[in-house]
Design a protein around this ligand. Sequence first.
Ligand SMILES: [Fe+2]
Ligand SMILES: [Fe+2]
Length: 187
Amino acid sequence: METERVSFTQMIDGTAEDFQLIRENDLETSKDLADRIIKHLALLKEDDGAYHISRLDHCLQTATRAERDGASEEWIVAALLHDIGDVLAPFSHAEVSYEILRPFVSAEVGWVVKHHGIFQMKYNKSLSEEKRNLRDQYLDHPYYLAALRFVEKWDQSSFDPDYDTFPLNHFRPMVEGIFARKPYASN
Ligand SMILES: [Fe+2]
Ligand SMILES: [Fe+2]
């Protein structure tokens, strides 16, 4: 069957029906979101840098630690995706991961993912004292302790090749559950 197309070649000429059609198409495409996210995560397997494990294994290990710590599915999926932006945005990856998660998670989980890079600076001994302490500006922030738990217990510790890490398929139902949510329902 031939795909129905809009009537315009520049948006300025589009009708209300055209934009309704676009909207319906966008909703259809969003049904595959969880699947595309899993496929993109798998790309992180190729990003092995100088660590002992690939970026994918780091994400899996971070999520595994979150799960073993009794965190909710929302936190586990956030841990799984927190570095998904690394491949396309190595200099602003936290913001990319945050924007992917933002419509589907609480404000707290989103904030922590967005700021995890700043919180992680504490462990980077090549940085100046000033940079390493940047997270201190959030000491009174209501999500400070959640961010601290995220980076200290799950993220910075997850570069261990000997850790018993769950495989990507283990997390698939959780990813499907989170991305099947109504966008912006909880924030
Ligand atoms: Fe990160
Ligand atoms: Fe990380």
